[in-house]
Design a protein around this ligand. Structure first.
Ligand SMILES: C[S@@+](CC[C@H](N)C(=O)[O-])C[C@H]1O[C@@H](n2cnc3c(N)ncnc32)[C@H](O)[C@@H]1O
Length: 347
């Protein structure tokens, strides 16, 4: 399959799941043949992860493997295409400057789209902490005959990198579910203020909410292929939303960081929320769960269970669930970001 055919299949809203999978498989195979990085899930490739001050930058092999998270990849590629198209209208004098942070070895969220733009329309900066990833992308750009585009390669830490201008579009997907482990928050807080005033940051919003849910039943329903509608689950009492524990938008990331408080473990915690467990029938049949929802750009969204990065995360810290108990919940930032849950004891 040619890159242009792959891109067409990925952008076309009418493509079937099978067609999308075939296009992603073809892309991944082409990229690993040419760039030399073979996708590998993180559990066997983690030795090459970089443990940064603000989170883990996964290895080139693990980053390559992200392409297989199909719905994630398709939604972000469509979001990137829509955002660059919108930016072309907003900044009609062109060219559109795109900064892609954490591009990985395949520059998956942008590379398939490049052939859809004329040389000169875009100025692209590809940023990653891993030189091997940048070397791989450079080979791909040459192989796919995309060298007519103005492309620069930057090896740096996106949590601290200062760009020389204000890009019109910034793309950054350095996250796992519930913003755990990888530095998405720190990358957003560093890069969002560098965006052009009318620019577009992808993703536009990441929301993490705490719910009481029947996780095993929900997972079984997803396995069967049933559609899970959170509103319907709430209406029938199968789920109870307790609180939005984080709403990360590029506009508010810096304020969130400025207002971070030190928690009892001596780590910085963002905007901790106090939650009281409600008195509901059969409380102990529920799990306390974090759900992640992502708005990549406008209608291009990822909801519960739709991708690896929006899978639910059970919070065992609430077990056993007792009505009336109070907890403090907040994203702990630092070298291993994760939600911290602390029981608030009566004084
Ligand atoms: C989850 S992978 C995503 C790869 C690719 N963008 C995709 O969406 O398929 C995250 C990538 O971001 C890079 N990364 C993570 N944190 C980084 C940081 N602070 N600075 C630069 N690169 C980073 C990793 O090296 C890895 O290539």
């Amino acid at each position: 399959m040619k890159l242009k055919t792959i891109a067409e299949a990925l952008i076309d809203e009418a493509s079937s799941v099978a067609q999308l999978r075939a296009a992603l498989n073809a892309f991944s195979q082409l990229c690993s043949d040419v760039g030399g990085v073979v996708p590998n899930p993180s559990f066997s490739a983690w030795a090459d992860d970089s443990l940064l001050k603000d989170g883990v930058a996964i290895s080139p092999e693990a980053a390559a493997h992200c392409v297989n998270d199909s719905q994630r990849t398709v939604v972000f590629i469509r979001a990137a295409y829509a955002a660059i198209t919108a930016a072309k209208q907003r900044f009609a004098n062109g060219p559109i400057e795109v900064l892609y942070a954490g591009c990985g070895p395949f520059a998956t969220l942008l590379l398939p789209l490049l052939a859809n733009f004329r040389p000169g329309e875009l100025v692209v900066h590809l940023l990653d902490i891993h030189q091997r990833s940048l070397d791989s992308v450079a080979l791909l750009i040459r192989h796919f005959d995309l060298e007519g585009h103005r492309i620069s390669y930057v090896k740096d830490d996106a949590c601290h990198y200062q760009h020389s201008s204000n890009p019109h579009v910034i793309i950054a997907e350095t996250m796992q579910k519930s913003l755990e482990q990888e530095p998405q928050f720190a990358v957003t807080a560093n890069l969002a203020p560098q965006l052009h005033a009318r620019g577009i940051f992808i993703p536009q919003k990441i929301e993490v909410s705490l719910c009481l849910a029947k996780l095993e039943a929900e997972r079984a329903a997803v396995q069967r292929g049933d559609a899970l509608d959170p509103n319907a689950l709430e209406a029938t009492g199968e789920r109870h939303a307790l609180a939005t524990v984080l709403c990360l938008t590029p506009e508010h990331a810096v304020t969130l960081r400025q207002q971070a408080l030190q928690n009892s473990h001596g780590s910085l915690e963002l905007n901790p929320i106090h939650v009281t467990l409600p008195a509901i029938t059969n409380l102990n049949t529920f799990d306390a769960v974090l759900f992640t929802r992502i708005q990549a750009f406008e209608q291009h969204r990822l909801l519960d269970y739709e991708s690896e990065i929006t899978l639910p995360l059970r919070c065992n810290e609430f077990t056993p669930l007792k009505a009336g108990e109070q907890y403090r919940v907040g994203l702990q930032i630092g070298s291993y970001p994760k939600f911290s849950v602390t029981r608030v004891r009566d004084s």
